[in-house]
Ligand binder design. Structure first.
Ligand SMILES: [Zn+2]
Length: 396
């Protein structure tokens, strides 16, 4: 029985698990209900299971009957602080929390791969590490798991790693897409507090008004991008929060804003780190105020290894046909902590179309309260992960 036939037999269980997880979304590194559901689903499989110490991670190792490479497969498990606006009978029961990025499908899909591969344990020449990861959405769950040894869970460093992410729009349902080289951006945060001196709104000359100064910095950051970086260097700065003041006739003491910064190259990151901080400080100084500025590097860029991305493409086409694969034309500016795994070992990340719409352009995007993911894609996602592990082991 090949993986596709075997997956058809467990598809109902995977969909049921996905819908169970969808109703109990949890945020961050602490996902007790999700972890319990994963452990229950893995019950009875021949896996060596280790639980996270600093998070509710689950690491499961399947030992093949014969020696060979160790392959890591990853599924992230966390949800988002979004109030779901869908109307299935299995929508989120946790008010204000939603699996709006489809990680419920990643978790169920990885359980599927564990089941498919466990049934083949006697034929496997190598080991598989299943990385059930919490805290992808800004909590560095991958960093926590790497620090606790997930990459060496098989007793030696894994030889390759693969992960996939469902997309609720843009990509046609059932289509896999990836590319060699950079696939997703590095993300950083810029935190600025402009400190002035408040007073009466009618007498600004007796104050140090932080609002126009902070506004000037916000505008100047966009000039920094267009004037100081090559147009061929992808870089985004978006100011996502700006807070100051309490009432129209009061000049506040300070104004704060936060920006996300997306880059690809280390050179661009080092430059924007240095120059954005200097720009904010110097503009404040020019007006007689001060700026407290913090630049925090979050996730590195997600860079696929060329040969592994090509291997993914070839495997998809071979398994499901040429029309199920499309080459990603360009990277996206989103970021992902699987990047930490790919910094340490060869591998590839990939996107997987799971839109519920016939025209993917009509789907609500990931992170939207109306994001919807079609769980008819689950079985093939599990098959691909299992097949990648087996074929990668066969390569030696
Ligand atoms: Zn996600």
């Amino acid at each position: 029985m090949d993986f596709r036939e075997a997956a058809a037999a467990i598809e109902g269980d995977l969909i049921a698990l996905r819908r169970e997880l969808h109703q109990i979304p949890e945020i961050g590194l602490d996902l007790p209900k999700t972890q319990a559901a994963v452990l229950a689903a893995l019950e009875g499989l021949p896996l060596e299971i280790t639980l996270g110490r600093t998070s509710t991670a689950v690491t499961a190792v399947l030992r093949g009957a014969k020696p060979g490479p160790a392959v890591l497969l990853r599924g992230d498990m966390d949800a988002l602080p979004v109030t779901e606006e869908n109307d299935a009978d299995w929508v989120s029961k946790h008010v204000g929390t939603m699996h709006a990025c489809g990680h419920d499908l990643h978790t169920a899909g990885l359980v599927g791969a564990a089941k498919l591969l466990s049934a083949r344990q006697a034929d496997l020449a190598g080991d598989v590490v299943f990385m059930f990861q919490p805290g992808e959405e800004g909590w560095d769950g991958a960093g926590h798991m790497i620090a606790e040894g997930v990459l060496e869970a098989a007793g030696r460093k894994v030889d390759a790693a693969y992960g996939l992410h469902v997309i609720s729009d843009m990509v046609p349902r059932g289509v896999f897409t990836t590319r060699g080289g950079p696939m997703m951006a590095a993300s950083s945060g810029l935190f600025v507090n402009v400190v002035g001196k408040g007073g009466h709104g009618s007498r600004p000359h007796t104050t140090l008004d932080p609002i126009p100064v902070a506004a000037e910095i916000v505008t100047a950051l966009q000039n920094l991008i267009t004037r100081r970086f090559s147009v061929f260097e992808p870089i985004v700065i978006t100011v996502g929060t700006f807070h100051a003041g309490t009432r129209h006739n009061i000049i506040p003491d300070n104004a704060k804003f936060e920006a996300t910064v997306r880059t690809f190259s280390e050179e661009a990151l080092a430059q924007v780190e240095k120059e954005s901080v200097k720009l904010a400080e110097d503009i404040a100084t020019a007006h007689g105020l001060t700026a407290e500025v913090r630049f925090e590097r979050e996730y590195p860029a997600t860079v696929n290894h060329d040969a592994e991305a090509a291997f993914v493409a070839e495997t998809v086409k071979d398994l499901f046909g040429d029309d199920r694969y499309t080459e990603m034309p360009e990277p996206v500016m989103g970021s992902e902590d699987f990047s930490r795994v790919l910094e340490a070992v060869p591998g590839s990340y990939m996107f997987y179309g799971a839109t519920v719409k016939e025209d993917p352009a009509e789907g609500a995007s990931n992170h939207s309260p109306r994001a919807a993911f079609d769980d008819s894609v689950l079985a093939d996602g599990a098959v691909l992960l299992a097949e990648l592990a087996v074929r990668r082991m066969a390569r030696g």
